[in-house]
Design a protein around this ligand. Structure first.
Ligand SMILES: [Mn+2]
Length: 296
């Protein structure tokens, strides 16, 4: 069987659990959008995890809300769908096997990571599974991401988390991630300001936008309950605008996805994104900030 999942910590833990229970020959990492748009071919040799349902698959596991834009599973599909914190939890419950007991703490940390139930220390000085989770990011690091993901599945299946973190490939990624975060933090400080309950980071005059931990902004502005980030799209045709609820000050009632959809974007309650056309920016952006404040 081939396992088809997404390239995040939850997908990695899912791969560890399923590999323990099924005969998995290969792993493929896919973006959920490529399942929705049917760009990626799925056959009855595929077990899917952490992705929208596809009618051709052999088995399917997911924990996301079913939406109209995705195929609905029939009542008798093989696998399990439940609105749990992580797909890892759904898989663990499905097999309910003693063979998976040794992954108890991996699964509860995966739950915590996937739901962003993190402490300030988890963001500024992560450890264990949470640290490992932050390294599973295709934007950072070195070498091929897919190879890294597969190596992790093998290591996590057979080693302690401390041993996994000590693998040179993992240690290298941690080092690069920390360097990136240091630079990112510096740029966040330079380009962020507070407007009421909102912290706004305007990266429009930063040539090369640094990559870093998306939760760092909330450690700098713990009083803000929502963040807005602006950066240029290709050819300055639009301004990529992203919204997110603070994970430390969870008091915003603004529905980020709904607000973004007013201008042609989307997302869910806690996070949203919209490419605002440059010619409409002044008007739409002011309106967007007003919507956020009105919902606070
Ligand atoms: Mn997940």
């Amino acid at each position: 069987m081939r396992l088809v999942t997404r390239g995040d910590l939850d997908g990695m833990t899912a791969a560890v659990l399923i590999s323990e229970m099924e005969d998995i020959e290969s792993i493929e990492l896919v973006h959920p959008q490529d399942i929705t748009s049917k760009k990626f071919e799925i056959t009855d040799n595929d077990i899917m995890a952490n992705l929208p349902y596809h009618p051709s698959c052999h088995m399917w596991f997911d924990h996301h809300q079913l939406t109209d834009s995705n195929e609905k599973p029939p009542a008798d599909f093989k696998g399990k769908h439940a609105l749990e914190t992580s797909v890892a939890r759904v898989i663990y419950d499905y097999y309910n096997s003693d063979k998976l007991k040794r992954f108890d703490s991996l699964i509860s940390e995966t739950d915590r990571f996937d739901a962003a139930r993190l402490s300030m220390d988890d963001v500024t000085d992560p450890k264990g599974v949470i640290l490992l989770g932050f390294t599973i990011d295709s934007r950072t690091g070195i070498g091929k991401f897919k190879d890294y993901f597969k190596n992790l599945v093998g290591w996590v299946s057979t080693m302690s988390i401390d041993e996994v973190l000590a693998q040179p490939e993992v240690a290298d990624r941690i080092k690069i991630m920390q360097e990136n975060n240091d630079l990112f933090l510096e740029k966040l400080k330079e380009h962020s300001s507070v407007d009421g309950n909102i912290v706004i980071t305007d990266f429009r005059n930063v040539d090369k936008v640094p990559v870093g931990n998306r939760f760092l902004i909330y450690t700098l502005f713990p009083d803000a309950n929502i963040s807005v980030r602006l950066q240029w799209g290709p050819n300055k045709e639009f301004i990529a605008t992203t919204l997110g609820h603070s994970i430390f000050n969870r008091t915003s009632n603004a529905n980020c996805g709904e607000i973004c959809s007013k201008y042609g974007g989307g997302g869910h309650k806690g996070a949203g994104a919209v490419p605002i056309k440059t010619e409409n920016f002044d008007r739409d952006y002011r309106d967007l900030l007003d919507s956020i404040k009105a919902a606070d």
